[in-house]
Write a protein that binds this ligand. Structure first.
Ligand code: ADP
Length: 310
């Protein structure tokens, strides 16, 4: 599958590198407002190709996205000192107005995969601007938060994260909800399995895992200014699932008719993803407090997107 990446900054280039090294795409095209940056990133990524699967990596213009099955949108502008979140958001909406129109013209059949932050809001923006069905405008959402939740639970219980089924739902951000009550190890509730192996999930353990998931990006930003490798790998995984029509369950963000009583809201729940984009949604059984937290997260997002001038 040909994959386009618009925005060849840290996140876009990390996604390009992960796609190339995993052999997920046959062709990768990087587009950036800064053409020299796109050329340099494509060349750097291409230099790793002889050590892995065959893939062509190049920089290009929007016209070069023709025939792409998926286009990752990782374009955006950085926050200026003292700039409010809202002002930053309106500048990024302007970036998306250009980018989405250009991508739609060049690659009308592509699924859009949104990575720019705040990802749920930008996914809603791309949905409105593109006029595409919501199943084909997918935000990376809580894909990473879920991966981290599964790996921390797996580490505590001594189980491979692949065998832990647990999801982070709602906003990719402060109001996200760890769906503890629906978490399973194999097919067993994590509480029952924890008792069986003598690794009780105490309030302390729960708080540590919660912070490990919720504060991860803050910790990384403190150390290196931004995050890119994890999300790059997560984006490559989403593309792989689409390209292979895998129908895997991923927690990704799309506009959803109703979540926890909130209508038409763009956030993450576990979803079946395949060649046509999101094929179905799953709603794990949540406890009343988790359901309330999800409703709160949905309300926050809906209020933000309602204020968008689009
Ligand atoms: P991140 O860490 O999110 O990847 P960066 O600032 O490293 O952030 O990358 C964002 C990229 O988006 C930059 O390379 C920038 O040139 C690009 N960009 C910004 N606006 C546009 C636009 N209108 N069209 C294409 N690319 C854009």
């Amino acid at each position: 599958m040909k994959v386009g990446i618009v925005g060849a900054g840290m996140v876009g280039s990390a996604a390009g590198s992960a796609l190339a090294l995993r052999g997920v795409a046959s062709q990768i095209v990087l587009v950036d407002r800064n053409a020299a940056l796109a050329v340099a990133q494509a060349e750097d990524i291409a230099h790793g190709v002889p050590f892995g699967p065959a893939v062509s990596v190049c920089a290009g213009d929007y016209a070069d996205l023709e025939g792409a099955g998926v286009v990752i949108i990782a374009a955006g502008v950085a926050q200026k000192p003292g700039e409010s979140r809202l002002s930053l958001l309106s500048r990024n909406v302007a970036v998306f107005a250009d980018v989405v129109a250009a991508v739609r013209t060049a690659a009308p059949d592509a699924i859009l995969l949104v990575a720019s932050n705040p990802v749920d809001v930008m996914t809603e923006v791309a949905t409105r601007l593109s006029g595409l069905p919501s199943a084909r405008v997918i935000g990376s959402g809580t894909i990473l938060d879920t991966a981290r939740f599964r790996s921390l639970l797996g580490r505590h219980l001594g189980i491979a994260p692949q065998s832990i089924h647990a999801y982070v739902m709602g906003e990719h951000g402060d109001s996200e909800v760890l769906a503890w009550s629906a978490a399973r190890a194999g097919s067993v509730s994590i509480a029952a399995f924890a008792a069986q192996v003598g690794a009780a999930i105490t309030d302390d353990v729960r708080a540590q895992i919660d912070a490990g998931v919720r504060r991860a990006a803050y910790r990384i930003i403190e150390g290196k200014g931004a995050t890119w490798y994890g999300i790059g790998a997560g984006l490559a995984r989403i593309v792989q699932v689409i390209a292979g029509d895998q129908r895997a369950v991923l927690s990704v963000s799309i506009r959803t008719p109703e979540v926890a009583g909130v209508r038409d809201v763009t956030l993450s729940v576990p979803r079946i993803v395949g060649a046509r984009g999101v094929e179905a949604d799953l709603f794990p059984d949540l406890s009343p407090p988790e359901m309330q937290a999800l409703a709160r997260s949905a309300t926050i997002l809906q209020e933000t997107t309602a204020a968008l001038a689009l």
